[in-house]
Design a binder for this molecule. Structure first.
Ligand code: GLY
Length: 329
């Protein structure tokens, strides 16, 4: 087994040498079973999944728990002030508040989430504290904030970056309410699913939500079964994109149930995307992407529109892939 240092070296080599500092892009990859289970393994949404997977791999390659990997993986992205779709660097709602949603789930079906949370650097860790320290699953808004303070989290003084503030100020000069479109350059959410070397699955999801959303809006990311779902007997799934569209089909839970009924992770992701297209007539106007992982370490990825990317770390390699997608015209 290679060490963490070897792994970092390899992913840095693929990135820096071959592609001038950018992560290496692969064709959409549906990892099929080889007879042996692919583990450990971690996959996560968008190009920010590369550094997130690196952090998760540090845990997984040392024999650590998938739950720790999916928490510490997405924390890297939450802490990046330049990331405008996750954490406190995110685009605000239309009133100028950056409100955060996050969830986490372990191999025993334990789960926790927070929504509409402000001024906290790591909402995913507050979600984990809800899971581990309360009899509840979800805390929101001021209650979630007070719970965070009571449990040792600090209030962050991080303000909107000047860049984000300038974009928001410009948007305010236009009276029309439209949320920001989601694409490669303006995506949302990091969702992550992982299996550790013991074969246990976990998932996490964290976002600042749709830019310019109505104050109080909560998306799919903190809703267990929508933005992320884990069933250790079957597999795990996570979502990115327009949360309202995911919530209308209970996307991540749907994918896990499809896998339970015999679909491969790839087939399950495709069926969920087809379900959105069948039920939501405006499906060509927004993005949704799904990732799935089953107990054999087989993976799936599929999106509505072109442009969805995901990072997959397995067998000591961490690479970015273009997902296949539905709308080809
Ligand atoms: N998928 C994240 C959101 O809609 O808020």
């Amino acid at each position: 087994m290679s060490t963490r240092r070897d792994f970092i070296k390899k992913s840095a080599f693929a990135s820096a040498f071959l592609f001038g500092g950018l992560p290496r892009l692969g064709k959409s990859k549906s990892l099929m079973g080889t007879g042996d289970t692919n583990k450990p393994i971690v996959l996560s949404t968008w190009s920010h999944g590369i550094p997130a997977n690196d952090a998760a791999w540090k845990i997984l390659s040392g024999g650590g728990r998938a739950l720790d990997a999916v928490e510490q993986g997405v924390m890297v992205v939450e802490a990046d002030p330049k990331n405008t779709s996750v954490g406190l660097g995110g685009f605000p709602d239309r009133d100028g508040h950056v409100t955060l949603d996050a969830s986490i789930m372990d191999e025993k079906g334990n789960c926790g989430s927070v929504a509409f949370l402000e001024h906290i650097l790591h909402p995913v860790s507050v979600a984990r504290a809800v899971m581990e320290k309360t009899p509840h699953v979800m805390l929101v808004g001021e209650g979630a904030f007070q719970f965070a303070l009571e449990n040792g989290f600090q209030k962050s003084n991080q303000e909107m970056t000047p860049e984000v503030k300038a974009v928001w100020e410009k948007w305010k000069t236009d009276n029309k309410y439209t949320s920001k479109p989601i694409d490669k350059n303006n995506h949302d959410t990091i969702g992550m699913v992982a299996m550790d070397s013991n074969g246990n699955l976990s998932g996490s999801c964290t976002t600042s939500g749709l830019g310019w959303k109505i104050h109080g809006r909560v998306g799919d990311s903190p809703i267990i079964g929508d933005g992320m779902f884990v069933d250790n007997e079957v597999g795990a799934a996570c979502a990115t994109g327009k949360g309202e569209a995911v919530m209308k089909i209970c996307g991540s839970m749907l994918i896990v149930e499809l896998m339970r009924n015999g679909r491969t992770p790839q087939q399950a992701c495709e069926e969920a995307i087809h379900r959105i297209a069948k039920k939501q007539s405006d499906y060509k106007t927004f993005q949704v992407g799904f990732l799935a992982l089953n107990k054999n370490g087989e993976t799936g990825a599929y999106s509505l529109l072109k442009g969805f990317q995901y990072a997959l770390a397995v067998n000591e390699q961490n690479k970015l892939y273009d997902s296949d997608y539905l709308v080809k015209d």
